[in-house]
Design a protein around this ligand. Structure first.
Ligand code: PLZ
Length: 447
């Protein structure tokens, strides 16, 4: 790497292209990557980043790209956010590791207290910390099984929960997540959820269908947990119809089934509230969190009902790095930043700009099949004109061309036809509008 460059919000907030993208330095690094890194680690946008902050990422060639992805909903507070940098630097200079379950430290307890306070519901709660989203999901399942003494787990069409063996079983999509990687963990059952744009069902109707499937295919007497994302992320930013989640939660409660909300992608101000469940009037028994929790440091958590969380024996949960001192200090600074900078409100403003932009375009372009999401977790579903047939080709083309024009744009969806917007909440209106303008122009140009 050549000249050192500082990231964070003081980076020039501009889209600036000084080479073609990826530029020669990134190309060189890409060649080295291909010779050194396993092919399974694919790269969506091969611009090698040297600094990031606010709403931009700067690559090795000096191009400044608009970030509409936040590294998949992670850097909500912004990349290299000053409070996070300060906390991490302070902590690494004190101690880097002890293993919390050997010799503990305060920041882990502080994070647990914060999560117990911030997650929906005022009941008595406990938390346990881990490293990744998938690890949190693995542990939520362990906890639910231990508590209920039952084994089956219900997940949903379009769901995404990770890439470990158990969470691959819980994830719906074959390519790229599962193909050839089986056999998968047993006792995981997938049933239809709620996808208003495609199934046309009300929340009550979708819940009735789901509950019938659970009762017929699994049986409450075998079922430990129902695990669901309050807005399905990788599956296509699918917001369930009103009433769907509360009906499921109620059924779980009546049947001694642990109701787990996976807020890994939706959590921490992203949707305009601290957690997406805050919109739904549901209280989960367990909540899994990660991504936005620690400003980019690897950290995740399971938080939930004290009786469930405390049902397992000491030593049942852990991991060498789980809840590391550096990640927990970063989380405290991150969580404080959401409140101090009012980032949930900022997420709503961002969401309004995005929906306004595409509602306008949708009036004259029937290829914008659906505009959906909450706060700064918004998406457009692209279809063939006048139909609801998914257009994955157009979607891929727009993301690829946006990249060449200096905009990092993520896609998702079971059918690969959803463009998702997950900008850092630190992005300026101007930069956001410029990035969205590139997308609008590309949609128009590819008519
Ligand atoms: N649950 C709801 O969105 C991670 C994965 C991208 P990890 N989603 C992005 C990829 O290519 O692997 C995710 C999620 C929900 C769980 C996870 C898993 O979180 O931190 O990636 O393990």
């Amino acid at each position: 790497m050549s000249a050192t460059i500082q990231g964070g919000p003081s980076l020039a907030q501009e889209r600036k292209l000084v080479t073609s993208i990826p530029g020669p330095k990134s190309q060189e690094l890409l060649d080295r990557k291909n010779s050194a890194v396993a092919a399974g680690v694919g790269l969506a946008y091969p611009a090698f980043i040297v600094a990031a902050g606010g709403g931009v990422m700067v690559d090795a060639d000096g191009n400044s790209l608009i970030d509409l992805g936040s590294g998949i909903a992670v850097t909500g507070v912004g990349n290299a956010a000053p409070a996070v940098v300060e906390a991490v630097q302070d902590q690494v200079a004190k101690f880097t590791h002890t293993c919390f379950t050997l010799t503990p430290y305060e920041a882990y307890v502080d994070v647990a207290e914060k999560l117990n306070e911030l997650t929906p519901g005022s009941h008595d709660k406990r938390s346990a910390l881990f490293n990744s989203g998938a690890e949190a999901l693995e542990n939520a399942v362990k906890i639910a099984r231990h508590f209920t003494k039952k084994q089956a787990i219900v997940v949903f069409d379009h769901g995404y929960h990770g890439r470990t063996n158990l969470t691959m079983a819980m994830t719906a999509k074959n390519i790229p997540y599962k193909s050839g990687f089986g056999p998968f963990a047993p006792e995981v059952y997938r049933i239809p959820g709620s996808y208003p744009y495609r199934d046309g069902l009300s929340g009550a109707e979708a819940a009735k269908r789901a509950i019938l499937a659970i009762e017929k295919q699994v049986g409450a007497e075998n079922l430990a947990a129902v695990v669901i994302e309050p807005i399905q992320g990788e599956g296509g930013f699918i917001v369930p119809a009103d009433g769907f989640l509360p009906a499921l939660a109620e059924w779980c409660k009546a049947n001694n089934v642990v109701f787990v909300l996976d807020e890994v992608q939706t959590g921490f101000a992203r949707t305009g509230k601290m957690f997406a469940a805050d919109y739904e009037g549901v209280t989960a028994d367990l909540v899994t969190t990660a991504k936005g929790i620690a400003g980019g440091m690897p950290l995740s958590a399971v938080t939930g009902r004290a009786d469930i969380m405390n049902s397992a024996h000491a030593g049942g949960f852990g991991g060498t790095y789980a809840g590391s001192p550096v990640a927990t200090r970063a989380a405290l600074a991150t969580i404080e930043t959401y409140a101090k900078e009012n980032l949930a409100d900022r997420a709503n403003q961002i969401g309004e700009i995005i929906s306004f932009t595409f509602s306008d375009l949708q009036k004259s372009d029937s290829r914008i099949g659906d505009i959906r999401g909450r706060g700064a977790m918004m998406a457009i579903e692209l279809v063939k004109a006048g139909t609801n047939e998914p257009d994955a080709e157009l979607t891929g083309k727009i993301a690829a061309e946006a990249f060449k024009q200096g905009v990092i744009l993520l896609t998702c969806g079971t059918y690969g036809n959803v463009i998702r917007f997950l900008p850092p909440l630190s992005i300026s209106d101007d930069l956001l509008r410029e990035g969205l303008g590139v997308v609008v122009d590309l949609i128009k140009a590819n008519a």
